[in-house]
Design a protein around this ligand. Sequence first.
Ligand code: ZN
Length: 170
Amino acid sequence: MNHFKTIVPVAFLTMFFLCGLSPSVGAQYFAVPPGAQAISNPYCGAPTYRVWNEPRRGGINFVGGNGPVFITVAHSLGAGSPVERAVLAHECGHVARRHGLNSGFYGQIRQKELEADCFAASILAQRRDRSALIAFRQMVGSCGTFSSGPPGYPTCNERLSTINQCAGGM
Ligand SMILES: [Zn+2]
């Protein structure tokens, strides 16, 4: 029974990884959660909050089941960290491309995730934010030809090549 104790945390961490960068799985907030900390988001104009118990890395959220949209990011990423900047930029990609509940998001997850990745890589490269680009690649880059998330998600290799292409060599 001893290895049960190690399997459980590993399984939990795996779930956390898989649910990262996803607006469509895990929690979906329809109102700003209590205790959320409003933060500035340099990548888009959507209201953005750092959330203590956010089970995803970040997400886009809807008021009343539709727009307007706000962004949440997990406090556990570290305030102002490179990985937080990468997640914020990715979620802004969903907002900028209008990946709302009524835009067919659920049927086009692969394409939408790659669009958000491209937006993020492009804006981080424009800002010469090399450390956020490194964190971004580390975040999505370890599953090769397997899906980077739930069914329908792009593979890690697809995401990496999108990031490389949209970062313009940075
Ligand atoms: Zn996403």
